[in-house]
Every structure is written in C-alpha cells, then in structure tokens.
Design a protein around this ligand. Structure first.
Ligand SMILES: [Zn+2]
Ligand SMILES: [Zn+2]
Length: 493
C-alpha cells in the first residue's frame, strides 16, 4: 500500500491546535510521521486534502443501540404530525419502498387533532404488504397493521392499541424476526448516521437484555463491510454465550433499574413527585454471582444503572474483586446518573468506569427540567462529569442513540455546558472523553484516541473548532478517515 499524505487541516494534537503540524504521513493504516512546515513532501505519496477542516482523533461513541437506531432511521419520524391524515400519508410514502418491516416512531396522539391512534384498518389501507409497527413517542404503547398482528404468535384478540406486556411482546418479536437483509440494512443505516455525526467508531449493543444475543454473530462476521467501526456488546445475561462467541465483554443495557422519567430508577430516597423510590430489578446476590462469573472469565462487565441505589448495588458487586482487576477489565456503570458524594468515593475505590450520556443533562437537566420535577434539588447531583473526573475517575461518553442523537457536537456541547456550572468540563477535557477515554474503555489506548506517531490513522475532520464557542446545531463532519482511508465525505466538503 503506497504511503498517503493527509494534509490541509488543523490537527488536534496533545489537547490543542497550537502546533506546526501541516500533514500526516500514513503507512499501513498508521501515522508514520507528523510533518511540519519545511519537511519535504515526496511526490510519490498519495494525497488526501481535508480542505481546511479541524481534524481530531477519530471520535468514538461508547454506547449505542445501532439496530433499533438504524431501523428507526429507515422508518418514519412522526413527531411533526398534527392529524391522522398526515400520519397515514407519511406512512404510505414510506410503504412504497418495498421492505419487510416499517416502523413509525415518535407518534404522540396528544398532538394529533383526532386525539387517537390510527386504527388497524387505516394502517392496512396505506401499508398492506409490509409489517407496520407504529410506536408511541415514549415506546410504551403501539399499534400494528394486520400483517404484523397476524405474524406475532399469541397476539390474537387483543385491543388495537397494545400496552404493557403486549407492547413489549410486539416490539421485541418484530425486531427479533427480521430477515438478514433487514438487519444488515439497519446497521448500514446506523453506520451512515455515525459518520454524518462525526464518528469513526461506535460501541453497539446487540441482544434482548435477557438471554438472547440475537444477531451478534452475523454482525461480528461482517464487521469489515461497514464504513464505521462497530465495537460489539453481547447485551444479555448469558455468560456462556458471550464466551462461545469470543466476546471480550458482556452486557450493555441489561438493567439494574429503570428510568427517571418512568420513576423506575432505584433511589435511596423517594422521588420528589411520588412516594416511590423506584426499584432494584435484581438482588445483590444475583449481581454478585453474575459479575463474578464474568469477571473470572476475563470479561468486561457492562450494566445499566441510573439511580443511586442501583449504582451502589452494582458498585458493591464490582468491589468484591480487587480494584486493580476491575480497573484492568474496565467494568462499566452505564448511565451512572444519580451520584451523591459518598457514592463517587465508592466508585473511585472500586475502579469501575462510568459510561455517561451528556445529552441527558442537556435535554432533561436544569431547574425546570424533567430531572428537577422528578427529583427536586437532587438534579444537581446528577451526571457529575467534573466531580468524577476530579476524583481521578475516567469518564466515558455516549449518546445512547437512538435515545439521543448520534452527534459529536451535541455531546461535546452538553459536557461543556452542563446545567450545573460545577459539573462542566473544559473543551479539551470534553474532547478527551470522546477520544482517549473511549479508546481506553475498549483497551485501545495505544492504538486509537490520539493523533501521534504509531497510532491508527483514524480522523474526524469537522467544520468546527470545538476549543472555541460553537453552535452545536450548525456543526458538520466534513470527512471521516479510518486507517488512513477516506470512508466519508459530506456533500458540502
Ligand atoms: Zn440503559
Ligand atoms: Zn443503552
């Protein structure tokens, strides 16, 4: 492979753009030299012109649900609809594209003139030939067309609008029973979204969060076909399956508790707007056994925990093992949102790693946000990026896409502008979260996360200098480069 010269960009090196580097020489996918003004350029080198972009080490998102995200991306966003007629016309247009499963999402009957869901008959009239799933904005209810209803075993005779277990059954069955073609199309769609959002790599959860790892093997065997790098998580409780698949980790959004919005996150003290404290989904003994089995087999353990009671429960299970080993395996506390000071000291002591979602604070933080409604003053001790970092804890970052947008500018903005000024990171610290820290989470600190000689030539070339104030909604990725090869160029670039 000929050497390649990547040039005409500002390069983010050692935490800033203040350097004389004018280009990178790439050999065999790695950065062989940082070239400065005055260094000779060999005319035999192939050239990649980044057109004045701001080039960062490839941004990595440490936690996404790519399959659902990709299915949604290929589906229909119904958020803007004001009538049943509008919903039906959008679905009808999408149904013409001949696919197996069509998902309408972010439907909100409260914003619809008729104040109701479309009927099965109405859905059949616009989408007779594909399974159609229309999900309410919160994911807790749905309607199906007849083709989908008839396909799902055990749904006969239920109401048209499915709730609770019927809703879960329908959504899980439809997503579990897609053809290979549909699955691969969803991941390709996820990959395009990631590149557009500025990422070279995204960690992605595959599995039903119970005992199935779904299509893990299919994606593992075809990873090289995707323009973005997928880091795979067998999202289940099945340790044997993870080991058989050769995975180096287990888990993802396997649940220690629920969510703040639905008041199912497990808290030490009751919610501010209800007498409940949420609840722990599993016992201490369950987590101790699960973590031990995975830990002893050398697997990195990854668990969803949002409330302080759930985070403490998981941290206790991690703390049963020497902190040096927990640090080496990098066991994850995913979300890690409600964290009073004492709990932060406990996390520092156990060696566990918080994998956090800055956009959660952006969307739901602040005096008048959802978190303040649910938790009162406690919203201030949520998503404590700065306090965790000051305790020497390495914070990792993600979007939890499809939950929030897969967009590096939004995530960095949220870290820099936390609603609580005491929890804000500097721009350099924020960039480090999505580069060095997330590479480290994947045991790749010597391969990715920095622009330096010997590192993999993965670059996110953006139109924005994130070390200065920026409007995240206006930021774009111009080029994405993996191992020295251009895998994405925006239309504008
Ligand atoms: Zn989760
Ligand atoms: Zn998640």
């Amino acid at each position: 492979m000929p050497a390649r010269y990547i040039h005409n960009a500002h390069f983010y090196i050692d935490g800033s753009f203040a350097n004389q580097v004018r280009g990178l020489l790439v050999e065999n996918g790695k950065i062989a030299r940082l070239l400065q003004t005055g260094d000779g350029i060999d005319p035999a080198w192939e050239k990649t012109d980044l057109q004045g972009s701001w080039a960062y080490p490839g941004f990595i998102d440490a936690h996404t649900h790519s399959f659902s995200g990709g299915l949604y991306e290929d589906g229909v966003d119904l958020a803007g609809c004001a009538s049943i007629e509008e919903v039906l016309s959008l679905l009808s247009a999408a149904a013409r594209q001949q696919r197996e499963l069509l998902i309408g999402w972010r439907f909100d009957e409260g914003r619809i003139r008729e104040k109701r869901f479309p009927s099965v008959k109405e859905l059949d009239s616009v989408c007779p030939d594909a399974r159609l799933l229309l999900r309410r904005v919160d994911g807790h209810s749905c309607v199906l067309n007849s083709l989908a209803r008839e396909a799902i075993p055990g749904l006969g005779g239920r109401d048209e609008v499915l709730i609770a277990q019927d809703n879960d059954l329908a959504v899980n069955w439809l997503q579990d029973n897609c053809s290979e073609e549909t699955i691969l199309a969803a991941y390709h769609s996820a990959a395009r979204t990631a590149l557009r959002g500025g990422f070279t790599a995204i960690h992605t959860m595959i599995g039903d969060a119970q005992m199935s790892v779904q299509h893990y093997q299919l994606i593992r065997d075809r990873r090289a076909e995707f323009p973005v790098r997928f880091e795979l998580y067998p999202q289940s409780f099945d340790v044997d399956a993870a080991l058989e698949l050769g995975a180096k980790r287990i888990g993802g959004c396997i649940l220690a508790d629920g969510s703040i919005g639905s008041r199912t996150a497990a808290l030490d003290k009751p919610y501010a707007d209800s007498a409940t404290k949420g609840r722990l989904y599993q016992s201490d003994g369950f987590w101790a056994d699960f973590v031990s089995r995975a830990h002893q087999n050398g697997l990195q353990v990854c668990v969803h925990c949002i409330g302080d009671a759930a985070i403490r429960q998981l941290n206790r299970a991690y703390a049963l093992h020497p902190s040096s080993e927990v640090r080496e395996l990098r066991h994850q506390l995913i979300h890690c949102e409600v964290t009073p000071d004492g709990l932060i000291s406990g996390i520092a002591a156990s060696g566990a790693v918080p994998v956090m979602q800055p956009a959660f604070d952006l969307l739901w933080g602040g005096d008048s946000g959802l978190y303040a409604q649910r938790l009162g003053e406690r919203w201030q001790s949520m998503n404590r990026f700065r306090t965790l970092a000051r305790k020497g804890i390495r914070v990792c970052g993600s979007s939890d896409w499809y939950v929030t947008d897969l967009n590096i500018a939004m995530s960095l903005h949220a870290l820099i502008h936390h609603h609580n000024p005491d929890e804000r990171l500097t721009p350099a610290e924020a960039i480090k979260v999505y580069t060095e820290n997330n590479a480290w989470l994947n045991h790749e600190e010597n391969l990715r996360g920095r622009i330096a000689e010997g590192m993999q030539a993965d670059l996110s070339a953006m139109d924005t200098d994130f070390t200065r104030p920026f409007d995240w909604r206006a930021c774009r990725s111009n080029f994405i480069i993996r191992a020295g090869e251009l895998v994405y160029a925006s239309d504008k670039a």
